[in-house]
Design a protein around this ligand. Structure first.
Ligand SMILES: NC(=O)c1ccc[n+]([C@@H]2O[C@H](COP(=O)([O-])OP(=O)(O)OC[C@H]3O[C@@H](n4cnc5c(N)ncnc54)[C@H](O)[C@@H]3O)[C@@H](O)[C@H]2O)c1
Length: 248
């Protein structure tokens, strides 16, 4: 099985790529634009592996994506490429609209063209897995509150609004064109190769350097944390065994 992973040089994407190659023995083509968030050091253990290929391409570039699909002929897409930092989306939302919405649209259209031409057997087995965020559901109130798959969408930042838009595009491509899609909406991840400006590495690095530990407001905020390598294993379970059209 060959999987095209978009955003595979990012924090979660690189954990997925390492897991697919080291633990699952699958083939990966990693399509990543290498923005500030892309880190090829996180892929050092797979870089020379015969099952691994890297292509520095922007998902917005539909023609390049179409060419890569024709070249590599993947059995599934795991779409993680995104602008992912909430604070940056408040300072400059344009890149979030471009990559998260326009990029997902371009990718869906390229994949739809490729998928339509597959044999019936490969068409039925094909999956498009969109990796999204629980931030599309808005805010929780207290520790007993939970999001479920049926919680109404209520995004509040430019980041979460752009991810909500991309979720709706993916659902529409499944309902309208029959593209076999899956969506997962995870909580905050932590673990190896986490970008240093995110909360947990930021706090650890400040503590190590004897700097203040900045806490917003009254410090009563609650966050749900998911270990990135557990998440990578779960995502691969979803793309290989998930039910088409479902959200998790
Ligand atoms: N990190 C989290 O806690 C978290 C939580 C929920 C959901 N998510 C979602 O998971 C996915 C991965 O998150 P992450 O933390 O690994 O993100 P990240 O910012 O660490 O990595 C994103 C990757 O995408 C690449 N990229 C950005 N724009 C691109 C473009 N136009 N074309 C191709 N590549 C591009 C970057 O170079 C980078 O390698 C995102 O879709 C994000 O919304 C992340």
């Amino acid at each position: 099985m060959k999987i095209m992973v978009t955003g595979g040089a990012g924090f979660i994407g690189s954990a997925v790529v390492r897991h697919l190659i080291h633990d699952k023995g699958l083939c990966v083509v990693n399509v990543d634009k290498l923005t500030y968030a892309g880190n090829l050091d996180s892929l050092a253990t797979v870089a020379n592996h015969p099952h691994y290929a890297f292509e520095q391409v922007d998902v917005v570039d539909r023609d390049r994506i179409t060419a890569l699909l024709a070249q590599y002929r993947p059995d599934a897409i795991m779409h993680l490429a995104a602008e992912s930092h909430v604070d940056r989306s408040i300072d400059g939302p344009g890149a979030f609209i471009q990559t998260n919405i326009v990029g997902t649209y371009a990718l869906l259209e390229a994949v739809r063209g490729y998928w339509n031409e597959l044999t019936d057997e490969r068409k039925n087995a094909f999956r498009f897995h969109h990796i999204s965020t629980d931030e599309v559901y808005g805010d929780l109130h207290g520790t007993d509150d939970l999001f479920t798959e049926t919680t109404p969408y209520a995004p509040s930042s430019p980041y979460s609004a752009s991810k909500a838009a991309s979720d709706h595009l993916v659902r529409a491509w499944q309902r309208t064109y029959g593209l076999p899609t899956l969506i997962t909406n995870c909580s905050n991840n932590y673990g190896p190769f986490h970008f240093p400006e995110k909360l947990i590495p930021h706090m650890i690095l400040n503590a190590l350097h004897g700097k203040p530990l900045p806490v917003y407001g009254d410090g009563q905020q609650v966050r749900d944390w998911l270990y990135v390598e557990d998440h990578a294993r779960a995502l691969v379970e979803v793309v290989t065994r998930g039910k088409i059209g479902e959200t998790g």
